[in-house]
Design a protein around this ligand. Structure first.
Ligand code: NIG
Ligand code: FE
Length: 398
């Protein structure tokens, strides 16, 4: 019953910093999907009109995962390019030849809305099977009015988790445009009004990189979206010191994502800002590049989140456990830091920290329930320990 009053009781609540579990058995009262009360079972308030009482049988309970950076709506694969890259052709060279992002654009433009929805829905189910209750989904494989809108409409139609849509029209310049400024103007004049009218997204992203969009034009473009109340996120400093990370901080963006090529000054800026550094180590694995300086960021006090960056080019994987595993192995993040990065910090990257990412009064009852040890998570690539996912207090069956 979606709006009923439920009690979940007799569980071990994982501490907010993921350092262990609370001593006493816990209980949680959920009303219309939100946590109304959470605390020791011995202090559980009496409630009237209960729809369900769920004994969680001493299992562990912790907030479910939030995937804060994906490109889930696309058609086709780029497996052929992957082989080329392995044989020494670079990502940027492939892009310059009209492959890369533009090859996925070609496939996405010619695929029907119905087919795109089918493909994306299967992918969303795959995230849910891994304990994910919220997924950010970007556009950016349309690069024309029709396909950008089609992509976001598909994203909005996805069922299961909460979907947060992000407009990434500025992912690459389509062939129809001579220069980058002209294309950004087109997005502002022709696409932005439709996004607003159809309420398709209130977040904007841009890929700031050599051979893609540069900082000055991006600043102007993003400010226009901010004037319309959009939140900003930036694909920043992935392949070079592009200036994207500093721009993100300057604009008080929700997040700057990738951030591999950042220096100590950037790290200091992150530590003083609310902009979340979203690290995408599966992309770094596939791109065979350096990993971002996670340790330095965290030690400086910056907020770090993790995500798959699932897309057909730089990160053709949805493997949440692999992402955390790489964070542990390659970036020396502790297991607790990985859990935080995939829950509350990911919520912050999406501006949802008052609603999700931790189990507190007033937030959605989105949680994972398991008999496994916490150390079993982010340990074996491709393997999520047996668990049950609850979204808004409802058990997810997929
Ligand atoms: O996050 N860097 C830009 N965008 C994606 C790659 C998209 C693609 O290659 O299709 C990324 O890595
Ligand atoms: Fe990305």
């Amino acid at each position: 019953m979606a709006s009923g009053l439920k009690i979940f009781y007799n569980f071990q609540l994982v501490k907010p910093d993921f350092s262990g579990v609370l001593d006493q058995p816990q209980a949680m009262v959920v009303k219309a999907g939100r946590i109304q009360w959470i605390g020791p079972l011995s202090q559980q308030p009496s409630v009237k009109g209960l729809a369900a009482k769920v004994n969680l049988k001493n299992q562990k309970v912790f907030p479910s995962f939030i995937e804060c950076h994906t490109h889930t709506v696309f058609a086709g694969t780029r497996a052929d390019e992957f082989e080329q890259r392995n044989q020494g052709v670079s990502y940027l060279e492939i892009a310059a030849r009209g492959g890369g992002i533009l090859s996925t654009v070609k496939n996405t433009r010619t695929t029907s809305k119905k087919e795109l929805l089918k493909l994306a829905q299967e992918r969303i189910h795959h995230f849910m099977r891994q304990g994910v209750s919220t997924v950010e989904v970007k556009s950016g494989y349309g690069l024309d009015l029709e396909t950008e809108i089609k992509t976001l409409e598909v994203a909005k139609a996805l069922k299961g988790p909460r979907i947060v849509t992000t407009f990434l029209g500025a992912h690459a310049k389509p062939k129809e445009f001579e220069n980058y400024e002209e294309y950004l103007d087109f997005l502002l004049i022709n696409v932005l009004p439709v996004l607003k009218k159809k309420k398709l997204s209130r977040r904007v992203d841009i890929f700031i990189e050599k051979n893609f969009f540069e900082v000055e034009a991006a600043r102007k473009y993003l400010k226009k979206f901010q004037d319309e109340d959009f939140d900003v996120t930036i694909h920043a400093n992935q392949m070079s010191q592009s200036g994207g990370a500093s721009l993100a901080i300057e604009l008080q963006a929700r997040s700057a994502d990738h951030v591999i090529h950042i220096n100590d000054e950037d790290i200091h800026e992150f530590s003083r800002s609310k902009t979340v550094a979203v690290l995408l180590p599966a992309a770094d694995l596939y791109m065979q590049c350096e990993y971002p300086p996670a340790r330095k960021l965290i030690d400086a006090g910056a907020t770090v989140a993790l995500a798959t960056d699932f897309n057909p080019g730089s990160s053709p994987t949805q493997d949440v456990m692999l992402v955390g595993l790489l964070a542990r192995l390659e970036m020396k993040m502790s297991l607790s830091e990985v859990f935080l990065a995939y829950t509350i910090n990911a919520a912050k990257a999406l501006g949802l920290e008052n609603e999700e990412g931790s189990l507190e009064k007033g937030k959605w009852a989105n949680f994972i329930c398991t008999t496994a040890d916490m150390t079993d998570f982010f340990y074996s690539a491709g393997h999520v320990p047996a668990h049950t996912l609850f979204i808004r207090g409802n058990k997810v069956k997929i």
